[in-house]
Design a protein around this ligand. Structure first.
Ligand code: GDP
Length: 301
């Protein structure tokens, strides 16, 4: 049994490798919900949907959100009739979001996601980090922004000075899943706004200290492979490097995977984390993903 902590881009790539090596029924994925919100009348849980679409094999791998080959008739129609759509949501993707919105009228998010993943034929358990709504405040040189205002309206351009988010309760079964796992994998996701919110849940850091935990650096060289992680790390005083990521996880991490490009950081990180593995962590194709997953799962395969 393994538990994977996930955001919405790097970790799903790794999940594609993992499910080729183990029975997906033996995996639980805990997913960030910090960015969840309503858009054009539907509930958008971006990272959860990315994980669901990845595990059911329908993810659009060019964008890492939405469904491959989707059409955008509803999106175009809404725009034509003057309904400003901040997000470009595909038709099939929207159908799944509508179902989630309807399920949420009578169910907590964790139950809604469980119903949907079963309908999509996913054997792994998917646990949203919380059933409660989070609020995030990104304090920038352009003022205080919510996540989508920063990411989409402002294209992640403003300088980030600080950020904070509300505290929420962990979803049912989350802490238990970490405690009962043979290995917990923190995938290469944004350490501040994807993994950070999961770590901040009551009982999670303590459970991780008692478990065998490995993490993969989302930073290669001195920048993230994609997304705004560097800006957020900088704002909170963490060096934008694998060593900076290690400082976020050092109190519970047993093994840290850094990229071949970053071997110069190995000695410095070994002062923080017992075991450091230098390998290719750039997942450009399925071979890269399986190779990295095999290296991580090695001991339990
Ligand atoms: P985002 O920062 O909001 O996009 O949040 P995510 O949690 O989705 O994080 C994406 C993270 O995945 C970024 O920090 C990327 O650097 C990381 N990432 C994406 N692709 C890869 C990859 O192939 N290898 C590694 N090591 N990291 C990756």
């Amino acid at each position: 049994m393994i538990t994977v902590l996930s955001g919405g881009t790097g970790t799903p790539k790794l999940l594609q490798g993992i499910i080729r090596l183990i029975d997906p029924a033996n995996m639980t994925v805990v997913v960030n919900t910090l960015e969840n919100s309503y858009f054009s009348g539907v509930y958008v849980a971006a990272d959860l949907d990315t994980v669901m679409y990845t595990l059911s094999g329908i993810i659009n791998e060019e964008t890492w959100y939405g469904i491959a080959g989707d059409t955008f008739i509803t999106h175009e129609t809404l725009k034509e009739i003057g309904c400003g759509e901040l997000l470009k949501i595909g038709d099939q993707d929207r159908a799944i979001k509508i179902q989630k919105t309807l399920l949420l009228e009578k169910n907590p998010l964790s139950k809604a996601v469980d119903i949907q993943r079963r309908k999509l034929g996913i054997k792994s358990r998917i646990i949203p980090m919380s059933d409660q709504e989070s609020q995030i405040n990104i304090i920038t040189d352009q003022g205080s922004l919510e996540f989508h205002q920063f990411l989409i309206e402002q294209k992640s351009e403003p300088e980030v000075l600080d950020l904070n988010y509300s505290s929420v309760e962990p979803a049912p079964g989350l802490v238990d899943s970490i405690e009962k796992s043979d290995m917990v994998i923190i995938g290469p996701s944004n350490p501040i706004t994807s993994v950070g919110p999961i770590l901040s849940l009551e009982g999670v850091r303590d459970a991780l200290k008692k478990s065998y935990v490995v993490a993969i650096s989302p930073i290669i060289g001195n920048k993230p492979v994609s997304g705004p992680a560097g800006k957020f790390m900088n704002a909170l005083g963490h060096e934008v490097s694998p060593a900076g990521v290690a400082t976020v996880y050092q109190d519970f991490l047993d093994k840290f995977y850094i990229d071949l490009e970053d071997d110069i950081h190995q000695e410095k990180i070994e002062k923080l984390i017992t075991e450091v593995v230098v390998t290719n962590t750039n997942m450009n194709n399925i071979e890269d993903k399986v190779m990295l997953a095999r290296s991580i799962l090695g001991e339990i395969l």
